[in-house]
Design a protein around this ligand. Structure first.
Ligand code: SF4
Length: 226
């Protein structure tokens, strides 16, 4: 023991000094999330209290599907039914989403993963607050990194704007291939919006045709535009 340690021990300060000395900077929350595996993530989301939505949720909604899927569909946030059942896209919007999946030649759980930007329901289905999104997006970021999808479909303005870091409208983002962290991304309407705006269903269908073609090109190794 050094003379300094001996003096500190005499003074009853050694434990404090050792504690301080041992205090390597702790990793911030985001860095920790971005290193998690599936099991850790699945434990972290229901335990998360990083934004006020934890206080009003019945349960968090993690996401469902094939964890090595080529397709990733990203929506906004859980609604009342999702909050109750713990699964994304249930109820009427979920049925429409299933039809959209069928248009892509897909079924839930088979080569497709479905998640939301926010894992907990905003009360009264209000729009998510920027601070809530900032706290929650590392979970989605990590899901995307683990899934390594070939193509992401952003469902609705909120998912599109969050993933692309823009405030552009859906109308201006549709019909083009974007990129999120290098992964090709297609934008279309959210099924809940389509239920209220039936005329836009035809536009959504053409977005899905566009997405399916992009996937075919990606699967065939053909170049897709940036
Ligand atoms: Fe945590 Fe996201 Fe739920 Fe907020 S919405 S409490 S950040 S999991």
């Amino acid at each position: 023991m050094s003379r300094r340690d001996a003096i500190l021990e005499e003074m009853g300060l050694a434990p404090v000094w050792r504690l301080r000395n041992a205090s390597v900077p702790t990793e911030d929350r985001e860095t920790q999330i971005l290193k998690m595996g599936w099991e850790e993530l699945k434990r972290a989301v229901p335990a998360c209290t990083a934004c006020p939505l934890h206080a009003t949720r019945a349960q968090s909604v993690f996401g469902v599907g094939d964890e090595r899927a080529e397709w990733l569909l990203v929506g906004e946030a859980p609604g009342a039914e999702e909050d109750r059942l713990g699964e994304p896209f249930v109820g009427q919007a979920g049925k429409l989403l299933d039809n959209m999946l069928a248009a892509l030649g897909l079924r839930r759980g088979e080569n497709v993963y479905i998640a939301n930007v926010l894992k907990c329901r905003p009360p009264g289905n209000r729009n998510p607050e920027p601070a809530e999104v900032a706290q929650c997006t590392p979970f989605l970021q990590r899901q995307i990194a683990l899934i390594e999808p070939r193509l992401i479909v952003a469902l609705g303005r909120f998912a599109a704007q969050t993933l692309l870091g823009t405030d552009a409208t859906i109308a201006s983002l549709r019909g083009r291939l974007h990129r999120y962290a290098g992964v090709p991304l297609v934008v279309t309407y959210h099924p809940a919006y389509l239920l209220r705006n039936l005329p836009d269903k035809a536009k959504a269908w053409s977005d899905l045709v566009f997405a399916r073609r992009a996937m075919q090109d990606l699967q065939a190794g053909r170049a897709v535009p940036n």
